[in-house]
Design a protein around this ligand. Structure first.
Ligand code: ADP
Length: 390
């Protein structure tokens, strides 16, 4: 069967949620979300054919496995003719071994388990999703698609830290994340902006997680994220770039444990920690609290600073693309990021930006500025179908 004819289930398992999407013949057919795992789980699913929306409360003690069972029993009950040909999983970390999607077997799963300490907020939940899907669909091939893979061909200087070389060999290096999103954007640019698609682009993926990627001729040459998904820009609850001396201070002077520091840096920092209001940009934008405004100022300041750095890595800039929940939707953040960037050739069309159009740069802008919705699930479905056909 051709890749195009396959039915692919895509799973994106997080700590308390599982997003699932079914693609039939390359087109999304059904989309769903299980949220509140660990507290008060519920499933919401919607067939994109207009069959209506389903919302179900699940047992309070449902874990990833039982939650996924509930999703499957709804799915196969409602659409008994569905035969899933392959399951594609979003996996945050592929380490040094995986620069392409891979068919999952016990050996691969073992390798991925070893990477859990490098992405403690995501990797264990990604693997819980794989195990649950293997249990529920034992005869269906499972494919892992990695957020790190798109960055694996970085020049060495972009991948290393200035530590003794043995650490690099051991795997202590800059990996970069959000690769499935960047890969999708590169593909999309070939359709919507072919004049810049193979040139020098900075993509700003701004969601709960946030990073920038410098892309040249369709390849990643730099990322603000590094060894873990903590580095670079401040995020919803993650700190972004931090002097490692702060971590030493927390250990030595404050006597904080590794677990406490991890909780601080991954869950209590970023927009949430700075504002004391929320990790959610919409709430910050509508809050009268001056700390919410300061959190936005810091977010914008770091994005602007890193765009300058990425333009230097690229030795110039031809395109700037905003994506992710904030990048795709926040008129204000895009306006603040692009303000006074004429020195870099960036001129925003404020009306186009205000209307959330795809092209938001002014006619004479040397750099083309775009807001493009990302679609990591579509990328995963495509990779999975292709691997099954190979
Ligand atoms: P994730 O990284 O979890 O996939 P998303 O890409 O969905 O996150 O982005 C979530 C962020 O996008 C939240 O901070 C949310 O407030 C923000 N967002 C969504 N819509 C808007 C909007 N219209 N204006 C400003 N921020 C928005």
């Amino acid at each position: 069967m051709s890749a195009a004819g396959r039915t692919i289930l895509v799973l994106n398992s997080g700590s308390s949620s599982i997003k699932f999407k079914i693609f039939r013949a390359d087109e999304p057919f059904l989309s769903g979300l299980i949220e509140g795992i660990g507290t008060s789980p519920r499933m919401i699913a919607e067939a994109l054919s207009g069959d209506g929306r389903v919302e179900r409360k699940l047992a309070d003690d449902a874990d990833h496995g039982t939650a996924l069972d509930a999703a499957f029993s709804y799915l196969f009950g409602r659409y008994p003719d569905i035969r899933v040909d392959g399951v594609g999983h979003r996996v945050v970390h592929g380490g040094t071994a995986y620069s392409e999607p891979v068919l999952i077997d016990d050996g691969v799963l073992g390798e991925l388990e070893r990477l859990c300490p490098l992405a403690p907020l995501h990797q264990p939940h990604n693997l819980a999703g794989i195990r649950a899907a293997e249990f529920a669909l034992p005869d269906v091939p499972q494919v892992a698609c990695f957020d790190t893979a798109f960055h694996r061909k970085h020049p060495w200087v972009n991948d290393t830290f200035a530590l003794p070389r043995s650490y690099f060999e051991e795997g202590v290096r800059r990996y970069g994340f959000h690769g499935l999103s960047y890969e999708f954007i590169v593909k999309k640019l070939c359709e919507v902006a072919p004049d810049i698609a193979d040139k020098r682009i900075v993509v700003a993926h701004l969601g709960n997680g946030a990073s920038l990627c410098a892309i040249e001729a369709g390849k990643s040459v730099g990322s603000t994220m590094g060894f873990s998904a903590l580095d670079g820009l401040p995020m919803g609850t993650r700190c972004g770039q931090l002097d490692p001396g702060v971590v030493l201070y927390l250990m030595q002077a404050r006597k904080m444990t590794a677990g406490e520091i991890s909780d601080l840096l991954y869950k209590q920092s970023g927009l949430k920690g700075l504002s004391g209001v929320s990790s959610d940009m919409r709430e910050l934008e509508s809050s009268p609290d001056p700390h919410a405004a300061e959190a936005i100022d810091y977010f914008v300041f770091r994005i602007r600073r890193e765009i300058g750095a990425m333009a230097a890595v690229l030795a110039g800039l031809d395109g700037l693309v905003f994506t992710g929940g904030i990048g795709e939707n926040s008129v204000r953040i895009r306006e603040l990021v692009c303000r006074d960037m004429g020195w870099l050739g960036v001129e925003l069309d404020n009306q186009a930006n205000g209307e959330n159009r795809m092209r938001i740069s002014a006619q004479g802008s040397r750099v083309k500025v775009l807001a493009v919705p990302t679609d990591e699930e579509r990328m995963i479905a495509g990779h999975t179908a292709k691997l099954l056909t190979a």
